[in-house]
Ligand binder design. Structure first.
Ligand SMILES: CC(C)(COP(=O)(O)OP(=O)(O)OC[C@H]1O[C@@H](n2cnc3c(N)ncnc32)[C@H](O)[C@@H]1OP(=O)(O)O)[C@@H](O)C(=O)NCCC(=O)NCCS
Length: 189
């Protein structure tokens, strides 16, 4: 279990030690970013791999968050500000829950712990600023780094959709993880 590290919210940014998150704006769309979304290998554990992404589709996706309680953040490395990935949190106000997902596109940032720290910042923001009572997330059973991140942050495996996904001819279980605010608060800090 990860102890709660630096967490600062200022000017719309959520700042940690090695990374910070900020609301994703059209200015952040770059050819590199569109390339990540169209990278079938990188996106192999995401349904996004089935779509063709363009600047216009990215603009539409950003716009879909306008006036919604949901969040779409760009993820940046603190040392140089480089855009390295994204996080989305779909907030359901009626249920007071959020569904969180993450992507680290930058090759040099993957495997450095940036994703794990960003996940922790998003959880803290959702529980303490948005005030949701539960955060859930889904992943393919074969996505080992994603499972590690969720376990590290104390998320509990709640559901297994047996052979739900088809990937390169293989049947893969879909996993659903969740954590309540009370569980998150009770972790060592
Ligand atoms: C999932 C993803 C965000 C993880 O990013 P990352 O940069 O590997 O994450 P981290 O560096 O924070 O590592 C997370 C954990 O996975 C482990 N890990 C990373 N790569 C691994 C690998 N190939 N095999 C086993 N474990 C691995 C790390 O050691 C770490 O575990 P630890 O905390 O116990 O040390 C990234 O791979 C990604 O964006 N993938 C494409 C999009 C995607 O699949 N998103 C999730 C859809 S549900």
């Amino acid at each position: 279990v990860i102890s709660k590290l630096k967490f600062e919210v200022a000017n719309g940014e959520i700042r940690g030690t090695g990374v910070f998150l900020k609301p994703f704006t059209v200015e952040t769309i770059s050819d590199e970013y569109i390339g990540w979304l169209n990278n079938k290998s990188l996106m192999r554990f995401s349904e996004q791999r089935l779509k063709e992404h363009t600047r216009e589709s990215c603009v539409q996706y950003i716009k879909s968050f306008d006036g919604s309680p949901s969040k779409f953040w760009s993820l940046h490395r603190s040392s140089d500000g480089k855009h390295i990935g994204t996080l989305s949190a779909y907030v359901n106000q009626r249920l007071n829950t959020a569904d969180l997902s993450i992507m680290v596109g930058d090759d040099t940032a993957r495997g450095t712990g940036a994703a794990s720290e960003a996940w922790g910042l998003a959880l803290q923001y959702l529980f303490t600023v948005v005030g949701v009572r539960k955060v859930v997330a889904g992943t393919y059973d074969t996505n080992v780094p994603m499972k590690r991140i969720m376990e590290r942050h104390g998320m509990v495996l709640e559901g297994r959709l047996r052979k739900q996904h088809l990937l390169e001819g293989q049947e893969i279980d879909g996993l659903l993880f969740g954590i309540f605010k009370s569980e998150w608060e009770n972790q060592s800090s």
